[in-house]
Design a protein around this ligand. Structure first.
Ligand SMILES: [Zn+2]
Length: 212
């Protein structure tokens, strides 16, 4: 369980990154933290890349339909423009789809005293670091790496294995195209038959218990 650092005097900014594979519960963890910010009546802004329109254009929605209102953006720089002077907390979902400027933008926000909470895939379906995520992870004050459960063997999964023939690198979370796999099953690749995550059976990992 991530525990926010206590703030007793003037507010200091920092960067929190929630990363992991698909189906690891990243968005749910982001929403959990943002809900607590809402309960505390802190001023927050929530953003997500406009490219991510899987479920809803304005809401951050996790696989289990938990939702929070967000602003779609096309570039990381827009976050700076759209963040108000009195904003205390900035949330960003699906950060891997934003441009490489995101790390510098988050640094700028945190230097202003803002708490920045970022969720995103740390690796793409080939196992390579994804977009601005590696830079963000380096600059982050706090990192939470969540795990899914390997659909092949039941071990903890850190990879998002893609078994569709689609060539596009940005293939969003279609449940019939991806499955979470552990390192061993990811390396075996096509040797193993697809075990798609079924929509109604999707259970986001009770991540905090397993991840830390
Ligand atoms: Zn496995």
């Amino acid at each position: 369980m991530f525990i926010e650092p206590s703030i007793t005097k003037e507010q200091n900014g920092w960067i929190e990154v929630i990363c992991g594979s698909m189906f690891s519960g990243k968005t749910e963890e982001l929403i959990r933290r943002l809900r607590r910010v809402q309960f505390a009546n802190q001023q927050m802004e929530v953003f997500k890349p406009s490219i991510d329109v899987r479920y809803d254009e304005q809401e951050i929605v996790s696989h289990n339909k938990n939702a929070i209102i967000s602003t779609p953006i096309d570039s990381a720089q827009q976050i700076l423009l759209l963040t108000q002077a009195d904003t205390q907390v900035v949330g960003i979902d699906e950060a891997q789809f934003l441009d490489i400027e995101l790390a510098a933008v988050c640094e700028e926000l945190s230097n202003r005293g803002i708490r920045v909470i970022v969720a995103g895939l740390d690796m793409d379906f080939t196992g390579k670091p994804f977009g601005a995520m590696p830079s963000l992870l380096a600059k982050a004050d706090y990192v939470t790496k969540l795990h899914a459960i390997c659909t092949q063997c039941g071990n903890l999964a850190t990879y998002s294995y893609r078994f569709s023939a689609e060539e596009s690198t940005v293939l969003l979370g279609e449940k019939d195209a991806y499955e979470p796999r552990c390192r061993s099953c990811f390396v075996k690749g096509k040797e193993l038959p697809p075990q798609p995550v079924k929509c109604e059976e999707t259970k986001e990992t009770p991540s905090d218990d397993l991840a830390q």
